[in-house]
Design a protein around this ligand. Structure first.
Ligand SMILES: [Zn+2]
Length: 353
């Protein structure tokens, strides 16, 4: 992903793009800042800008950015470029000295396919003492064709001698507006929801995305379950139980660390929004059910990964029932917009499906 597509960090991006253009980039850098805000992604963008075959230059800002499409850019993006290496902690959470040595040895040769070799050490604080010592020698006598980027949210855990060799690039939290735009542009999350997720994420892009995808998965699971139970046209009592399920918030587990930073009540959507989303998910599932009935291939389904479940549901939903259900969900969504209580809407719609 080129610099221009990264969410937030506009000053850092401009600084790096200018240094690439003016060839003033130091041989080693420390990218420091909170987790989940795009430090490593920016390091990858730097690797692309340095090695892109058709770089995009801007005279006014004296900057050079990657095209994002050439062979070098795509190979870097996919982790296949022989001159761009990303080191990460192993299973035991450490970056061992052998790993660092191997990379340092390769850094002594000229780049194989690109212009500059880029070595990104992600979670650099995980380097063992010996690994940091091995790296230090290289940082003290850098080779002009290589750039080391140490990425960390804990710069204080690096040896002072290593730190002092790497000019620090500071990454701050991402602005809510920037984040909302990024969620919409790159992850297709509709605008009002993107804004809400951004507001809840405390400046951390990864958290916004994680919460969003958790919610999306949960929404679809609830809708699919309700639909499955409806197949046999159950009695009113069960329908009302399903209506309750449609407005009930699911308890999320195992997410305590990120919850601690959230406002009371967590990030769960208000009832109205929750029901709206689940009804929309139901509607998409119904469309798929109709498609399955007319023998569409899984690739053509919005929920292709649920093909087996859709096959199971389809016999219970003939075309008339699907059309009727569609109409009912539409009416329910309109009623929700008009401030009818979510519970009333859920009860009513479940009687129609
Ligand atoms: Zn390119």
């Amino acid at each position: 992903m080129p610099f221009r597509d990264i969410v937030g960090h506009s000053q850092v991006r401009a600084l790096l793009a200018r240094a690439v253009r003016q060839e003033t980039l130091p041989p080693s850098l420390l990218f420091a800042g909170p987790d989940g805000i795009g430090k490593r992604m920016t390091a990858m963008a730097l690797a692309q800008a340095l090695n892109c075959l058709e770089p995009v230059e801007e005279s006014a800002s004296e900057s050079r950015d990657a095209c994002g499409r050439c062979r070098a850019c795509t190979r870097i993006e996919r982790g296949l470029h022989s001159d761009v290496r990303v080191l990460m902690p192993n299973d035991r959470g450490a970056i061992a000295v052998d790993t660092v040595r191997e990379v340092i040895d390769s850094a002594n040769y000229r780049p194989f396919e690109g212009r500059r070799r880029v070595i990104i050490v992600d979670e650099a604080e995980a380097m063992t003492e010996a690994a940091q010592n091995a790296l230090l020698k290289t940082l003290e006598e850098p080779t002009p064709s290589s750039v080391f980027v140490l990425v960390t949210s804990r710069p204080d855990m690096l040896r002072p001698t290593v730190r002092s060799r790497c000019p620090r690039v500071r990454f701050g939290l991402i602005d809510t507006e920037d984040m909302a735009r990024g969620l919409t542009k790159w992850h297709g999350i509709p605008e009002p929801r993107a804004r809400r997720a951004a507001a809840m994420a405390g400046g951390c892009f990864a958290r916004a995305l994680g919460d969003e995808s958790d919610e999306a998965t949960e929404t679809r699971a609830v809708a699919a379950d309700v639909l499955r139970r409806l197949v046999r046209a159950p009695a009113p009592r069960l329908r009302l139980e399903l209506a309750q399920r449609l407005v009930a918030r699911a308890e999320r587990q195992g997410r305590a660390p990120s919850r601690a930073l959230r406002p009371p009540g967590g990030s769960a959507a208000p009832e109205r929004e929750l029901l709206g989303r689940r009804l929309e998910a139901l509607s998409v599932l119904l469309r798929d059910v109709g498609a399955v009935a007319s023998h569409a291939t899984p690739q053509r389904l919005a929920n292709g990964d649920m093909a087996a479940l859709l096959e199971e549901i389809a016999p219970g939903f003939d075309v008339h029932r699907v059309v009727r259900a569609y109409g009912a969900i539409d009416q329910a969504l309109v009623a929700l917009d008009r401030n009818v209580s979510p519970k009333t809407v859920a009860d009513w719609v479940l009687m129609q499906l």
